[in-house]
Design a protein around this ligand. Structure first.
Ligand code: SF4
Length: 551
């Protein structure tokens, strides 16, 4: 069918899908629709719009798809709503009439809020994956890989002085809206000079001593405000219920303490600043945390991406986890396996770096999820293992059934007991006899203790054996070759950051940030599906002209 610009809008009740069915197919969305059909049905989201509250005027299935397309192109809500009104490829996949007037952009925000309220964020990705599964694009019990990257929160990084100043200013602003007269009655005029405007670092004193004094002054003001709210209260509203007041209270508890009835800054170590995993870094996003990894320091979150990595096959993102910036990667391994098992997408082999692997994860993945975790474990860091002549654990013979160990001198241990480490993980403690160790001729190779006998600390049997086995495997050429498959995830992270703006979150809070990550994962899957269906080859890692000279 040929369309003339003049009669373009005259097609009565004609959907864009029918009108443009004969257009050349070179568009991601149109290809997606032609190959996969409707990704999302209204019924998939019926919980979001219960009948008693009235059905949505706009199809929830369409809103889900619009959300994905919005993140695929990095559009704002206004731009996405405009694309629905004006873009022919969007109308095509949404099945809208050419004359469809679209909707107000606020509908998209409300849809996202409903997804969050009902805990249906992951459904966007799960439904897409089930469609891919039906098309045999995901191999059952195949190979998958995971890695993480840092995500910057949508806030400005604040130093401690700015943090307490902004927190107080934020609370004052909210209280001023609700109880203006009461607020005026409990503050003096100098509060207006200090807290009417945003606290910028360049306006603050430069000298450390003066900064300390100002920090204490802000602390005293904040404490005065909290005292007035808590103990004297006010007649009309309970200001304790305000979010900004609760944040003020929490940050004041974290940043200040009383010593000899004097309010003082908490200092790291001495008067107990909380660990960074608990420390609020901004009153505007109280879930963002500050963390450091190697030479990168950031405030925000961490995202863990899992994708299939079958050779010559479509690489599909199967899971995406958003965590606090301070969460260790190792804590996510079990979560990822659990989520993949729930989707019936557990891999046979899971390739991860050393941060995700330890003995417990190797055993748990094998026993609970039938997954082989492929990744290096940490080396034995004892001085005995590092020394050429030291007696590390590997030279002791362990008889797990009889619960006894034999040392290189042929002596048997005399104590075997269960204990726990500082993180409450189970351990086996093995002790040799003091009178034998004291006179042992090779004692200096075995223990550095002056008088005590040699003590061994082992993980439980399964974990110890998995650890020993992996340490032997990871130094082989075969392991190195197989493990190289993991490196491809770096390309996915690079694509997610460079093309889909994953590095910076659009929203405040962990839940909303996760929603952004789920939508981004769907968008990446769509673009990969398009490339795969058009036989567009994956780009390889480029070698610079200079590096090629060395080949
Ligand atoms: S120090 Fe004790 S445990 Fe170590 S080799 Fe000598 S006897 Fe055996």
């Amino acid at each position: 069918m040929t369309l003339h610009p003049k009669n373009h809008w005259d097609i009565p009740k004609q959907t864009a899908r029918v009108a443009y069915a004969s257009f050349p197919k070179g568009n991601v969305y149109m290809t997606m629709y032609d190959e996969l059909g409707n990704l999302y049905q209204d019924g998939d989201f019926e919980d979001l719009f219960p009948v008693r509250r009235g059905q949505s005027a706009i199809s929830p299935g369409c809103l889900a798809l619009i959300t994905i397309m919005q993140f695929a192109e990095g559009l704002t809500d206004i731009q996405a709503a405009e694309a629905v009104r004006s873009r022919i490829d969007w109308k095509y996949v949404l099945g809208l009439e050419l004359t469809d007037p679209g909707f107000d952009q606020s509908v998209l925000c409300e849809f996202r809020n409903r997804l969050l309220e009902h805990g249906l964020t992951n459904k966007l990705l799960d439904l897409m994956l089930s469609r891919f599964e039906k098309q045999n694009l995901i191999k059952h019990r195949g190979k998958q890989r995971t890695d993480s990257t840092h995500v910057l929160a949508a806030i400005r990084q604040l130093n401690r002085l700015e943090l307490v100043g902004e927190t107080l200013r934020n609370a004052l602003n909210e209280i001023a809206d609700i109880e203006p007269e009461w607020l005026k009655s409990i503050i003096s005029n100098d509060w207006f000079d200090r807290y009417s405007r945003r606290l910028e670092n360049y306006r603050l004193p430069k000298k450390q001593e003066e900064r300390g004094k100002l920090g204490l002054k802000i602390g005293i003001y904040g404490h005065h405000l909290l005292e007035q709210i808590w103990f004297e209260g006010n007649k009309k509203n309970d200001l304790r219920q305000l979010e900004s007041v609760e944040i003020l209270r929490q940050i004041w508890v974290q940043q200040y303490t009383f010593i000899d009835n004097q309010l003082v800054w908490r200092k790291p170590g001495e008067s107990g600043l909380p660990p960074s995993s608990n420390c609020i870094t901004s009153p505007y996003d109280i879930e963002a945390r500050n963390s450091t990894k190697r030479d990168v320091n950031w405030t925000g979150y961490k995202v863990h991406i899992t994708e299939t990595c079958e050779p010559k096959n479509l690489n599909v993102i199967t899971n995406i986890e958003t965590t606090s910036a301070t969460n260790p990667d190792g804590e996510v391994t079990s979560i990822v396996h659990n989520k993949l098992a729930q989707k019936n997408l557990s891999p046979g082999e899971h390739y991860v770096d050393a941060a995700y692997v330890d003995a417990y994860q190797l055993v748990e993945a094998k026993n609970m999820y039938h997954v082989s975790v492929i990744g290096p474990v940490g080396n034995d860091n004892s001085w005995q293992a590092k020394s050429d002549t030291g007696f590390d654990i590997s030279v002791f013979m362990i008889d797990w059934d009889k619960q006894v160990a034999k040392c290189p001198q042929g002596h048997l241990s005399h104590l075997w007991r269960k204990t726990r480490d500082c993180n409450n993980n189970p351990l086996i403690e093995i002790l040799f006899e003091k009178k034998i160790c004291t006179i042992c001729p090779v004692r200096s190779n075995c223990t550095s203790a002056k008088k005590a006998p040699r003590k061994l600390k082992l993980r439980p049997r399964d974990e110890h054996q998995a650890l020993v086995e992996r340490r032997q495997q990871q130094i082989t050429k075969e392991f190195e070759q197989d493990y190289s498959r993991r490196a491809g995830i770096e390309g996915t992270i690079s694509q997610a950051i460079g093309r889909f703006n994953l590095r910076r979150t659009r929203y405040c809070g962990l839940a909303k940030t996760h929603l952004q990550h789920v939508a981004t994962a769907c968008a990446i899957n769509l673009s990969r599906f398009f490339a795969w269906s058009k036989h567009i080859h994956k780009s390889q890692t480029r070698t610079s002209s200079f590096a090629k000279l060395n080949v």
